[in-house]
Design a binder for this molecule. Structure first.
Ligand code: IVH
Length: 698
């Protein structure tokens, strides 16, 4: 939170400078530097100062203006009916506050011919997804498209007629019967790019060595505002109509036309052959409008295009006229904005975590920021190349994105906010846990701590040993393992079976009951059998699927170890790489010794399934499960193997036939949006494990 500014005049001036700068990036360059939510927050802060200190308000303040002046690169179009902006409500409470204002205005406006309902509960409202694209006014005269313009500053926009003619959704002629064609009809709506089209466009741009776009809104705006309509024609632009401008030389509504309500207008747009969004709903009263807003919000990721809120509009056009407008926005409508999925925050530091294989993964330590309803303070940066590509540096203000339940991601720095003298981050040369050198092999993207004795690796190996797909020791997570390794009570997995309840019970965070529970869970884990034990040992390339194949081929670990590389490689689904990895694992004396200690502790080394039995229950027989992004417990290969071993398929792309989409870190947006569009259930890693086990969507 910002501290209370000591000098409101200075802060207002600073905010105006910032807003002007970012408005230029957004409106002029179609390349914003900060998320919309951060921009909205600057405007909201300025508005609050101007409310407190009316002497600081001015008609030229960005709070009183719409959009931005048209670019001189385009001819100017003066709008016959101004294209206004909308006031925002950033929470359901603010939406309700608008509702209360509306109810008061309605009470004051009541009377014959005003369209005012007897009571605010009876007011007809229309709720529309707020499409995140750019507004466009398309003018038809005698049924033919004659002009199209952007909003510009609301009074004067940019002439984009030739470009709009290339948009497939926009007809050259209105599809109305001749007797119904108005002399003038201005259809207003949003030019946008659907998510799947956006992905495809960025792929094409990258392949051609051209600039890629940060998000669908920028790509739509950048594609429409082109000097050469041929470029626009090559871009996948779409359109939703949601408003009328000039109609027949007048304004839709009370005066000249037969249009009485907003729904009449939408129906005319639709019949004229322009698309109208199918999610639009008409409701009665504010309570129903709030419910409709929540319903659209819940579906926002299922729509296949970006929606950043819901516009609530009074339906009756006569009532609209009597409610009127402020300098920049009508009183008869409000934009309820969804909680942001992107915010900026301070990148406090870039740290490196060490995994069980020694992989060193850089991650961002962030000043906590609330995004998509949860507080984010850490985000993975994946590897050295990713940090370099994003060029994020400690001290940077960075854009963080978290869409729904997806793992948070650092998108990049806000360069204009970079502190002077900052230098690119470089990968540490030594392991933060043990001080041994970190090694990156030529041709690989990952960096490793190669010290097998590294305490961080020990912790992660033990955590993995105890994890659900392995020995499934309940109540033994990273925190407890770190504590026990730190106290010198654990060095490897075999030490777990030497833990004594008496010693545990005295430790911080343990009581007698939790100590006894842990010992009981460890005792139970001894009988898990060969497949899970193999998973728990962290043999490279041996995940749950390969482990099951091995367990179905051998009676016990001893027999497996006696098998040579060739015999292992001959097992269906194993192959030479995995075979070599298994042989070299057991060739290491430390690993052989670990196995002996586990045996001595009473851990079963025997296969728990009959020879040649199917490795897995066929929980996914005939089903397609697509995986996107990085999972924590499975490599991509392991995840696909796990699906295949259960009778399922894992195709590369999502279709209507896909049973589920499994989403890890850094997922592909195209897969997400296709899943959304096709109504395919989306699972996180927990859900995936459950699906593998049961075949059910949790
Ligand atoms: S109505 C006077 N309806 O939001 C009312 N606007 O901040 C004019 N937008 O410039 C706008 N979806 O770019 C309206 N269903 C919708 C909308 C919508 C997106 C955009 C539009 C407008 C901005 C207002």
């Amino acid at each position: 939170m910002e501290a209370v500014p000591p000098d409101p005049a200075a802060r207002a001036a600073e905010l105006r400078r910032l807003i002007a700068y970012h408005a230029e990036r957004y409106f002029r360059d179609d390349a914003p530097e900060i998320p919309d939510a951060d921009y909205d927050a600057l405007v909201a802060e300025l508005r609050a100062i101007e409310r407190e200190h009316p002497e600081l308000a001015s008609p030229s303040s960005p709070t009183a203006l719409v959009g931005a002046p048209p670019s001189p690169a385009f001819a100017e179009v003066r709008h016959a009916v101004p294209m206004m902006s909308l006031d925002n409500a950033f929470s359901l409470e603010e939406l309700e506050a608008w509702g209360e204002r509306l109810a008061r205005l309605l009470a004051a406006a009541g009377g014959e011919g005003t369209g005012a309902p007897a009571s605010p509960e009876q007011v007809r409202l229309v709720c529309e997804p707020k499409i995140d694209g750019l507004a466009c006014s398309i003018r038809y005269e005698a049924g033919r498209l004659v002009q199209a313009a952007t909003r510009g500053n609301g009074t004067v926009g940019e002439d984009v007629t030739a470009n709009v003619r290339t948009v497939r959704d926009v007809p050259e002629r209105l599809a109305l019967p001749p007797e119904e064609v108005p002399a003038v009809l201005e259809v207003r709506g949003e030019i946008y790019i659907a998510l799947a089209d956006f992905e495809e466009l960025n792929r094409r741009q990258a392949a051609a060595g051209e600039r890629t776009f940060a998000n669908p809104r920028n790509s739509a705006a950048g594609s429409l505002r082109q000097k050469d309509p041929k470029v626009t024609a090559s871009r996948p632009l779409s359109f939703w109509g949601y408003q009328l401008g000039e109609v027949d030389g007048g304004v839709a509504g009370p005066g000249g036309t037969s249009l009485r309500t907003h729904l009449d207008c939408l129906e005319l747009i639709r019949r004229a052959g322009l698309p109208v969004n199918p999610e639009i709903v008409a409701v009665t009263g504010l309570e129903q409008a709030y419910a409709a807003c929540r319903a659209i919000e819940q579906r926002r990721h299922d729509l296949g295009y970006e929606v950043d809120g819901v516009v609530v509009k009074v339906d009756d056009l006569a009532l609209r006229a009597s409610l009127g407008s402020t300098s920049h926005a009508p009183r008869w409508a409000i934009a309820y904005k969804f909680p942001p999925e992107e915010r900026t925050t301070l990148l406090e530091d870039i740290l490196v975590s060490i995994g069980r294989t020694g992989r060193a993964t850089p991650f961002a330590k962030l000043s906590p920021v609330v995004i998509s309803g949860s507080t984010v303070s850490l985000a993975t940066l994946h590897n050295e190349d990713q940090v370099r590509a994003k060029d994020v540096r400690p001290g940077d203000t960075v854009i963080v994105r978290k869409a729904g339940d997806v793992i948070p991601e650092v998108r990049g720095p806000v360069l204009s906010a970079r502190p002077p003298g900052s230098v690119p981050w470089s990968f540490p040369r030594t392991c933060p846990a043990c001080g041994a050198p970190l090694v990156r092999l030529a041709g690989e993207s990952d960096t490793y701590c190669v010290n097998a004795d590294c305490p961080a690796q020990r912790v992660q190996r033990i955590v993995h040993f105890a994890s659900r797909p392995a020995m499934d020791v309940e109540g033994l997570g990273e925190q407890r393992v770190t504590q026990l390794v730190g106290l010198g009570m654990l060095r490897d997995a075999a030490d777990l079976y030497d833990l004594e309840p008496g010693r545990l019970a005295g430790l911080e965070g343990f009581g007698e009951v939790s100590a006894a529970n842990l010992i009981r869970a460890l005792e139970a884990s001894k009988a898990r059998g060969l497949a899970r034990l193999l998973v728990g040992l962290s043999v490279r390339h041996v995940g749950p699927v390969v482990a099951s194949l091995l367990a179905a081929s051998f009676d016990d670990l001893d027999q497996l170890r006696r098998a040579g590389e060739a015999e292992l490689a001959a097992i269906d689904g194993v192959g030479p790489t995995i075979a070599a990895s298994i042989v070299s694992f057991f060739a290491l004396p430390a690993n052989a010794e670990l196995v002996e200690r586990l045996r001595a502790a009473g851990v079963s080394l025997a296969s728990d399934r009959p020879r040649g039995a199917p490795a897995q229950r066929q929980t996914l027989a005939g089903r397609s499960v697509v995986v996107t992004g990085t999972l924590e417990r499975f490599s991509r290969e392991e995840a696909e193997e796990a699906i295949a071993a259960r009778g399922g398929k894992s195709p590369a792309s999502v279709s209507a036939k896909t049973y589920a989409l499994v989403v890890g870190a850094d997922p592909g947006a195209a897969k997400l949006s296709r899943a959304a569009a096709a109504g395919v259930p989306v699972l996180d890693e927990e859900g995936f494990v459950h699906l593998l086990e049961t075949g059910e969507l949790a």
